[in-house]
Design a protein around this ligand. Structure first.
Ligand SMILES: Cc1ncc(COP(=O)(O)O)c(C=O)c1O
Length: 376
């Protein structure tokens, strides 16, 4: 069987390191808020060229806490893409705001030409989602944000290390939000997330919200580090073991990304004459290929035939947000044609750093044969 994703090869490779990390951390007797977290926060923030960084419990929390820090009122609107992960929307709804969707383009990312039509007096934030490892069109998004004085929260859950015009995603807006869910570009061995910001005020606010509203930044505050809530907050901690594992893997992230790009390049080369629509290329963007997503009208037939040959693929995502019952109250009249068409034809091929090129070739041979029969 060729899995869509697996951490087992990585675990086998680094088992002694991971065991050492677990033992050393537990020996120190600190589960939360210790040196591992501090070091990881510093390293991540420096690596992605931001001024401040805060680790949290998940990518969903990163988005929700960022929205909470912007003090949205009930009825305020947050614009985002109709082709995104459910958590982008659940974070908006949990913050008390109303999600407003914009359709995508052929690259499956937010169609910036459709954003301005959706802006109302209640719009406060735009969340561009850098899906599949590709950056959104940040020049246009930043132009709109300046023109209408809107905050930008970048959803970088799938695009850690991706760049737009040589600048890392997550550093354009008020906040950049990351996920360390195990499948992600930097995957942990539990949940995890991160918030980047260049604004000190927002940083200290987010740090309070992460920890029940307790101030752990401003030593002049008479309630500094006391059991006293300065603002409404919640509990969103990244533990010491996961922090250290992520720290260890962060040192290798450029290799992981380069390996992802090598695999993507091989898919590009092998599949170019198959009638599958392959991921788009853009000279302004550095893609990290969290996913290698292709499109064909006969998707279901193709993925079933691959499965018969023991090759697992995944559809990310099979339902556009506005078609889901959980959020139907917000999107009764919504129609997003490109998202709807995409959801019926997209599927992603196996891609993770430990996947051997031999297996990629096996996948391509199987896929080319299937496509030949379909095209015949
Ligand atoms: C685009 C996007 N946004 C947000 C999230 C939420 O991240 P997490 O699963 O860490 O909460 C994910 C991950 O599933 C995602 O893919």
């Amino acid at each position: 069987m060729i899995n869509f994703w697996s951490f087992e090869e990585e675990y086998r490779k680094y088992k002694p390191v991971f065991n050492r990390i677990i033992n050393n951390t537990l020996k120190k007797g600190l589960i939360f808020f210790g040196p591992n977290l501090n070091q990881f926060e510093k390293k991540f923030t420096k690596k992605y060229k931001s001024k401040f960084g805060i680790a949290v419990r998940s990518g969903t929390d990163a988005l929700m806490i960022s929205l909470m820090a912007l003090n949205l009122k009930k009825g305020d609107e947050v614009i985002t893409a109709s082709n995104t992960a459910i958590p982008t929307i659940s974070a908006i709804v949990n913050s008390g705001a109303k999600p407003v969707l914009v359709d995508i383009k052929k690259d499956y990312l937010l169609d910036t030409s459709k954003i301005e039509k959706k802006i109302t007096k209640k719009t406060k934030v735009i969340i561009p989602v850098h899906l599949y490892g590709q950056s959104c069109d940040m020049d246009e998004i930043m132009r709109i944000s300046k023109k209408y004085k809107l905050n930008i929260i970048e959803d970088c859950a799938q695009a850690q290390g991706a760049k737009y015009k040589n600048k890392f995603v997550g550093t354009f807006g008020s906040f950049g939000c990351f996920s360390f869910y195990p499948t992600k570009v930097l995957g942990g061995y539990s949940d995890g997330g991160f918030i980047l910001t260049n604004n000190f005020k927002l940083y200290s606010l987010v740090k309070k919200i992460r920890f029940y509203g307790i101030d752990t930044v401003n030593k002049k505050n008479k309630f500094y580090n006391k059991y006293y809530s300065n603002v409404h907050g919640l509990n969103s901690r990244l533990d010491e073991i996961n922090s250290k594992i992520l720290d260890f893997k962060l040192d290798k992230i450029d290799n992981f990304i380069s390996r992802r790009r090598t695999i993507a390049k091989l898919y590009d080369k092998e599949l170019k004459n198959t009638n599958l629509i392959l991921p788009t290329k853009n000279k302004d963007k550095f893609d990290v290929y969290h996913l290698y997503t292709v499109f064909h009208k006969k998707r279901n037939l193709i993925v079933n035939k691959l499965l018969q040959q023991k090759i697992k693929t995944r559809v990310i995502y099979p339902f556009p947000i506005h078609k889901m019952k959980g959020y139907s109250t917000f999107f009764k009249k919504d129609k997003h044609m490109i998202s709807e068409i995409a959801s019926k034809g997209i599927f992603s091929l196996p891609l993770y750093p430990e996947l051997s090129l031999k297996k990629v070739k096996i996948i391509c041979i199987a896929l080319k044969k299937i496509m030949k029969n379909i095209n015949a």
